[in-house]
Write a protein that binds this ligand. Structure first.
Ligand SMILES: *Cc1c(COP(=O)(O)O)cnc(C)c1O
Length: 452
């Protein structure tokens, strides 16, 4: 892949940092020309800790987690669980925080579960996902007595039943169903439609047969149904449509099999503002829509209100995180574009290369100036498609400036690589004027520690 087609006539938007609004971490401010987050000067922090550097606004993270938990508790008359989808951003500190704030935790790989276990996250609040969990992952989950395993296939149902039998336990499971809703989002991150590797399709009664099998399988207890219709969803009506399908399915299970499903898990997917022009729904609106839809659909279908779970990832962490880089080289390609190379790129943020994702950027040491230049921020890797911003508005960069890319809190560090032997960046949490490194920078020794 190469860079997106150049746009040599693009005009800078002239916006200043604070004009970026919902894209910014909640405590972002500009003082003495520098971007500050959590009361900490990002330029000084970058120069002290080195770049590339990932910074999280701790107050922002805590606020969103609390808002999610409270909004669902407020909007729904039966119990609710908000499970943090840890694949969006994971380290020990964020798991400790999720635990402290009363959240459940989604894991979709054994290594994620290991992180939760390392900080004693309560296993009964762990939900295990994945479309091809290995026998080892299943064994680890079942023997630890996790709250629930979301079954993705018939093969897996049989495997869980057998393993639980061997261990002499009963495992609570959800079935993942693809409700056939085409969510309004990028096709790579759309998961709820029929042509998907995830879950059981409703078509041809495949999901219904899976329910029947789960009810007949020894050593598993079918407690719930799960769906996840996609990610970065702006149109809340997609959730309403999915709820309708799921609740009607619950009604059919009750009518034909005489079995009442206790829990409904609607997955994640709420969209966030990557660009200043994005207008996502709020956490509150999402809670009102989903809770309201479930209540309405249950009334209509005549089924009892299930325990309701959601699994937000991106909408909890994306805007709280930023990435700081140092500008190393500048190039002017006449009639094509301006290039500023930063000391990171596809190794710490693969999303532009993977999905063509767009980001807002500023020069953190010129944060009070309007963005009056147009630059492509390219990375330092040996791939021509290695970039983080294509023809984006930014303050005029100079070598040695600190560039800041916003909304990098989700699906960046967890998708990071060490391509070109690039150590993965440190992660710093900032709050009330204090900065603490919560994940240290990877070292060259770390890179090669596995080699025998
Ligand atoms: C990725 C994922 C989520 C989180 O999605 P977001 O769009 O980040 O909120 C939740 N549940 C499941 C099953 C997922 O795969």
């Amino acid at each position: 892949m190469s860079l997106p087609a150049p746009n040599p006539t693009k005009q800078a938007d002239g916006l200043t940092t604070m004009d970026l609004g919902a894209v910014l971490p909640q405590t972002a401010e500009v003082k003495d020309g520098h971007l500050h987050v959590g009361g900490v000067d990002m330029v000084k922090l970058a120069r002290r800790e080195g770049t590339a550097l990932i910074v999280f606004d701790e107050a922002d993270l805590r606020t969103r987690m609390t808002q999610y938990v409270e909004a669902f508790a407020d909007c729904y008359p039966a119990p609710t669980h908000v499970a943090y989808a840890s694949k969006a951003f994971l380290n020990k500190e964020v798991v400790r925080m999720a635990n402290e704030l009363g959240m459940s935790l989604d894991v979709s790989g054994g290594g994620e579960f290991a992180c939760a276990q390392a900080v004693d996250f309560p296993v009964e609040r762990v939900i295990v996902h994945g479309n091809n969990k290995t026998p080892q992952e299943l064994e680890e989950a079942i023997s630890a007595q996790v709250g629930c395993i979301v079954v993705d296939s018939s093969d897996e149902l049989a495997r869980i039943s057998r393993l639980a039998g061997e261990m002499g336990v009963t495992q609570s499971v959800y079935l993942r169903v693809t409700p056939g809703v085409e969510a309004d989002t990028h096709e790579y991150i759309r998961t709820g439609c029929e042509d998907s590797k995830f879950g059981f399709t409703m078509k041809d009664d495949i999901a219904f047969a899976a329910v029947r099998d789960a009810l007949a399988a020894p050593n598993v207890r079918l407690t719930g149904l799960h769906c996840h219709i996609g990610s970065q969803i702006f149109a809340l009506h997609s959730f309403r449509e999915a709820v309708k399908v799921m609740v009607d399915f619950m009604a059919r299970i009750k009518a034909e099999l005489g079995y009442e499903i206790d829990e409904l898990d609607l997955g994640g997917g709420l969209g966030i503002a990557y660009m200043s022009t994005d207008a996502p729904s709020t956490i509150r609106e999402f809670a009102e829509m989903t809770c309201g839809s479930v209540k309405e659909a249950c009334e209509e279908a005549g089924v009892k209100l299930p325990v309701l779970s959601v699994e937000p990832g991106r909408s909890l962490v994306a805007n709280a995180g930023i990435t700081l880089y140092t500008v190393g080289t500048l190039k002017h390609l006449e009639g094509i574009r301006n290039i500023a190379a930063i000391d990171g790129g596809m190794s710490d943020n693969i999303r532009p290369a993977l999905y063509g994702s767009e980001y807002e950027a500023i020069i953190a040491n010129k944060a009070d100036q309007p963005r009056n230049a147009v630059y492509t921020l390219v990375g330092k890797h040996c791939e021509s498609g290695d970039y983080v911003v294509a023809d984006g508005s930014i303050q005029q960069p100079e070598v040695g400036d600190v560039a800041c890319v916003f909304a990098t809190g989700a699906y960046c560090t967890t998708m990071a690589s060490t391509y070109n032997g690039n150590p993965r960046p440190a992660i710093v949490f900032v709050r009330d004027g204090q900065a603490r490194v919560v994940t240290r920078r990877e070292t060259y020794a770390d890179l090669w520690a596995r080699d025998l």
